[in-house]
Design a binder for this molecule. Sequence first.
Ligand code: AMP
Ligand code: GLY
Length: 428
Amino acid sequence: MKILVVGGGAREHALCWAIGASPLCDELYCAPGNAGIAEAATCVPIGAEDINGLVAFAAREAVDFVVVGPEAPLVAGLVDRLSEKGIKAFGPSAAAAALEGSKGFMKDLCAKYNIPTAAYGRFTDPTAAKAFVDEKGAPIVIKADGLAAGKGVTVAMTREEAMGAIDAAMSDKIFGSAGAELVIEEFLAGEEASFFALVDGETALPLASSQDHKRAFDGDEGPNTGGMGAYSPAPVVTEALAQEIMETIITPTVQALKAEGCPYQGLLFAGLMIGPDGRPRVVEFNVRFGDPECQAVLMRLKSDLLPALIATADGQLRNITLRWYDDAAISVVMATKGYPGSYEKGSAIGGLAEATGDDPDTQIFHAGTKAGPDGETLANGGRVLSVTAMAPSLKEAQQRAYAAVDRIDWPEGFCRRDIGWRALETQR
Ligand code: AMP
Ligand code: GLY
């Protein structure tokens, strides 16, 4: 088969790594890819949001199957456009991708179908939004309705912070049209977990559990980021809890979308808060794999990923079982100093080959890299590398990942040194 992966981050590198290993895959393309992905796939210079360019390429090259990594092209209707051309793809339609593309849509769906989530209001008027904050009090959470590159959420610990977030979105329009409507919701206390399931419209198949670290600095301090590291499994998600999540959240959501006339096909990612009462509630839905959770989860997948992705698109998931390594995996993100604020691009990264040696259980997935004029690897983004290792215990996986990190020569980069701390603490 000819496969095209859309995207250019470490998540897509991990997808290419897994898909390229499948005996079903004869040719693998990635658009746009990056310097690391270029070692696993043929990179084509088409942006992940260039819907016309992607559809034209897939048609011209007679691509058999397209796997879409990021949310933006899904929300923009890439899968709909491909299927009009008879090209099979992994990922939801635009209508189903509204689960991530519009927080208001997601909240209304949860309310209508009794899917546990935080109480909320929807606002297009700043005065009404502020009155709601005054009525509910802080802490309170302000969310831009639309896609805001992971920056649209303010967890306001004070009334003033909440009012500032409303002004920033609605008066200063820092998120553009994505912030014209706001969802304001109850603050949920507890421990977060990421829950992934493959969904074929009807059947949902859960993947191994994971947790990420969203704050930039050690001890979960500093600004929010796209994710500075992740690990799998997440000890907080016991087998009983995974079953409860399937019964109270994933299956009802799949049924709800079917009933609404937009059946969900693809990877359904529930960002969960496990409350002090032990009950899971949805913080958000995403319509794609989490990054860096994907890298840790796929490392543990023993089965061939590609047939499972195809079965998802074909409505055949009931015929798929996935096998997992019992080992734990951890992914440490190396980012350019300054991230998630401003940072410089173009610094050289050395020691990548030496960092993994030939250990198949250590992989360096590239996020923002490009090849320099002499073939050297240059940093080309905020999050740059996702150093991922698997070992019989989380502690050993952590040691291996950081040993690889320490062999990488990149003075302009930084990483957290405590990825996995929460899980390791519970194991003591
Ligand atoms: P997002 O940018 O949509 O990934 O959300 C960012 C983060 O905001 C989530 O991962 C949570 O840590 C936090 N968050 C979102 N909604 C709530 C909520 N209702 N209560 C507490 N924290 C929240
Ligand atoms: N790491 C969380 C996300 O991809 O949204």
